[in-house]
Design a protein around this ligand. Structure first.
Ligand code: TXA
Ligand code: MG
Length: 329
């Protein structure tokens, strides 16, 4: 495995590697993706293998320009086109009718394909230069925390990847919002980096698919997902004060206000780490630091983490979703 800088030669090498059928971890504004040529079944098979991901969990195909879309999918309706025009490039993945050229392995045999146009300039340039649609799941072992830094990818996947392009920390820090736009009313299959409210401004009410639904249509809905090695226990907002936290447990607060009231109320000195998602209580910042802090706590060998829900608005929906999934391991 080789780490590439996000400069002209690193980007060119990454694009060439993708065209050669190699695996390249790419920085995006949401999380790092493990990229492969979506038309190359052998390369895509290596992605599943590297992640130990079951092949029933389909991949997102990444494109750099709108002109590329017709190679992989079509717009089923005007609304889908409007959403793509409003939010691409950006943290929105659309479930669209797939074109025949996309291998069944990419879509787990479904007749739909997930498509996203990332906004990160390095990702876009790599994809554009490769001249290919790039299949890229988050660059983590199946079920584990998504990577928001090149180091996370190197530590988790190591020699299973050929190149990692180091683009620094991901801005948004949670995965894209997955939206099924094939029916009359769009359905959010996975809350993510694009808040529901922003989508509703463009297309009216959208449905949020119940994660406890008996038949998940998106394995992002699987309960145990995005999980650290540590045992994560989730309580309601402000609920940490009353939680039965043991001495060595780590505690993850939403903001400084919550941490302060916890520390005032607790007289026993705890030895576990205390971390704050966003000191000033900003949901954007909380999303951006979530996986980063969980990776750090895992690296330190933390056995148990207590966390509280964040306000359920904007990016808070995605943060609570990831916390909840991390807690159901
Ligand atoms: O932000 C992101 O979306 C990142 C970056 C790298 O783009 N990618 C990512 O990929 O999170 P992955 O594979 O970890 O998550 C893709 C999600 C999964 O929950 C998968 O089940 C769902 O999208 N998905 C993919 N194709 C689908 C399809 N045809 N129908 C329904 N869900 C689909
Ligand atoms: Mg993933």
């Amino acid at each position: 495995m080789e780490i590439l800088a996000p400069n002209v030669s690193g980007i060119a090498r990454a694009a060439r590697a993708l065209a050669e059928g190699l695996l390249v971890a790419i920085p995006t504004e949401t999380v790092y993706g493990l990229g492969a040529n979506a038309f190359d079944v052998r390369a895509v098979a290596r992605v599943f293998e590297a992640k130990k991901r079951p092949t029933f969990d389909p991949l997102i195909v990444h494109i750099a320009e709108m002109g590329f879309l017709e190679e992989v999918a079509s717009f089923p309706n005007e609304l889908a086109r409007r959403l793509a025009e409003a939010f691409w490039p950006g943290p929105l993945t659309l479930i669209l009718p797939k074109r025949g050229r996309v291998p069944g392995l990419v879509t787990s045999g479904l007749d739909s394909v997930a498509v996203r146009m990332p906004a990160h300039p390095v990702a876009r340039e790599i994809i554009r230069l490769s001249g290919l649609p790039i299949a890229a799941p988050s660059a983590n072992p199946f079920g584990y925390l998504s990577p928001t830094r090149a180091e996370h990818v190197a530590r988790m996947l190591g020699e299973a990847v050929d190149f990692i392009v180091d683009g620094g920390a991901s801005d948004i820090g949670v995965e894209s919002t997955v939206l099924d736009v094939r029916g009359p009313r769009p359905r959010i299959l996975r809350p993510g980096g694009l808040p529901r409210g922003a989508i509703e401004e463009v297309c009216g009410p959208v449905e949020l698919v119940d994660r406890s639904s008996a038949q998940p249509t998106s394995p992002g809905q699987l309960e145990s997902h995005y999980a650290p090695r540590a045992r994560l226990r989730l309580v309601g907002a402000g609920g940490l004060v009353a939680a039965p936290i043991a001495e060595g447990d780590a505690v993850l607060f939403f903001d400084d206000a919550s941490r302060e009231s916890f520390e005032r109320a607790r007289t026993v000195s705890a030895r576990g780490a205390h971390r704050v998602l966003s000191p000033s209580g900003e949901l954007r910042e909380a999303a951006a630091s979530l996986f980063d802090i969980l990776h750090e706590l895992d690296l330190a060998g933390t056995a148990a983490i207590w966390a509280e829900r964040v306000p359920a608005e904007g990016l808070g929906l995605a943060v609570n979703d990831r916390l909840w999934k991390a807690s159901t391991k």
